[in-house]
Design a protein around this ligand. Sequence first.
Ligand code: SF4
Length: 88
Amino acid sequence: MKAKLGLDVFKPAAEPHIRIRQGMEKDPRLKPAIRVCPAGLYSENERGEVILTIDGCLECGTCRLVCGTEILDWNYPPGGNGVQYRFG
Ligand code: SF4
């Protein structure tokens, strides 16, 4: 899996295209994102807050489906930014 992900190219946008809404970092509805994100971008810090590192996002939308839009502000990156898949 990691070898396949390593083929992809990411062009970060000026602003992150996914944000955890303010005050939702400890919400239990956010915790499943740690397990379901295929790129492993969600983690939990020592204070029990879920944090998101956006670089490497595959734009699959799984976190949005699982956590919901009350928890996540999820948008596709502006044109030309984000992931470029390289199949090989
Ligand atoms: S859209 Fe997919 S890859 Fe990006 S953070 Fe959500 S689950 Fe992870």
